[in-house]
Design a protein around this ligand. Sequence first.
Ligand code: TYM
Length: 344
Amino acid sequence: MRILSGIQPTGNLHLGNYLGAIRNWVAMQDRVSAEGGECLYFLADLHAISMPHVPADLAANTREMVAALVACGIDPDRSILFNQAQVPQHAELQWLLNGTARMGWLNRMTQWKDKAGKNREGASVALFTYPVLQAADVLLYQSTHVPVGEDQKQHLELARDVAQKFNNDFAPRDEDGEIVPVFTLPEPFIPPEAARIMSLREGTAKMSKSDPSEMSRINMTDSADTIVQKIKKAKTDPEPLPSDKAGLEGRAEAKNLVAIYAVMSGNTVDGVLADFGGEGFGKFKPALADLLVEKLAPINARFVELREDTAALDAILRKGAEKARALAIPTLNKAYDALGLVRG
Ligand code: TYM
C-alpha cells in the first residue's frame, strides 16, 4: 500500500481540508503502520505558484502548514512529509508527462474553467498544466491510494488517463508482448460523508481557502471564541431540524452543519438527527460549537507550539524530501528510458 496526497500551502488549513482529506491521511498512516507500506504527504508549493502570490507569504504558509499537519496527527517519523520544491523529480516528471497529456483533457478540467474564468488569455500556463503536475505527483511514487475530497476527483481521473496512455504508448513489453507498466493506476479515496464541506455563509459553495470571507470557514487554528462566533453567524433556515436524513434534502446549510456534527462526533447523520430532530438551530448551533471547540482545542494548542520552531519545521521538510527523492528516482528513470531519452 502506497498512500499519497498533497495540499497547497495557501492560507490556513480549514475544516473542509480536515474532514475531506487530512483526517483520512491520519487514518491511513495508522493503517500503514499496522499493515505495511508508505504514506507520502506533501505541500504542493509548486502548484501554489499557478495563481498570483506573494513569495514571503508562500514561505511562511509552507512552514505553518507543516505545523498544522503535524498538529492534526501527521507523524513525520511514520509518514514522509515534504514539499514539492525540494523534490525536483516532480517537475521533471511533469515535463515528461506533458508529452502524453492532451490539450483537450486539460481544457475540460472544471478547476481550470473556474479559476481562469473569462480571462483565459491572462491565466498562467501553470494553471492550465496544473493537473499534469498533479498526475506527476501521484505517478512518481507508484501510489495506490490517494485520500482527497470530492473536488480532486477529476484531477485524479486525469492522472489515471495519463498513466494509462503513457503505459500503452511507451511502456516496455515482456517476451509475450504484454505491457510492463511504468506507472500504477491510483485509486482516489473520498470519504462519503465529508466529501464536500460547504461554506458557512452559502450552502451551495464549498468551504475554501480562497473565499474572501473569513466567516465562511472554520480554520483548524481558530480560537474557541472565533469558532463560537462563526457557528453562531452561520447561515441557516428557520425550520427545526428534521428527524431523518431525507428531511435535509433542499436544505443545503442545515445538511452541511449536521454533516459536520456527524463526522466530528463519529456518529451517522441519522444518529445526529435522532438526537436533535425537532430542535431549532438555537439549540443545535451551541452544541455544534461546543463539539468543534472540544475537538479542535488540542490541535490549536499543538499548532501554536509547533509554529514557533521554524528550524524544526524546516528539518522535517528536509528529512522528508530526502526520503521522497529516494522513492521517486527509480520511477523517473523508468519514464526517461521508456521515452528513449539518452542520459549517458
Ligand atoms: P487543496 O489544497 O485545495 O485541498 C487539500 C485537500 O482538502 C480537500 N478539500 C475539501 N474536502 C472537503 N470539503 C471541502 N470544502 C474541501 N476543500 C478542500 C481537497 O479535496 C484536498 O484533498 N490540487 C490539490 C493538491 C494536490 C494533490 C496532488 C492532491 C497537488 N497534487 C496529488 C492529491 C494528490 C489541492 O489544491 O488541494
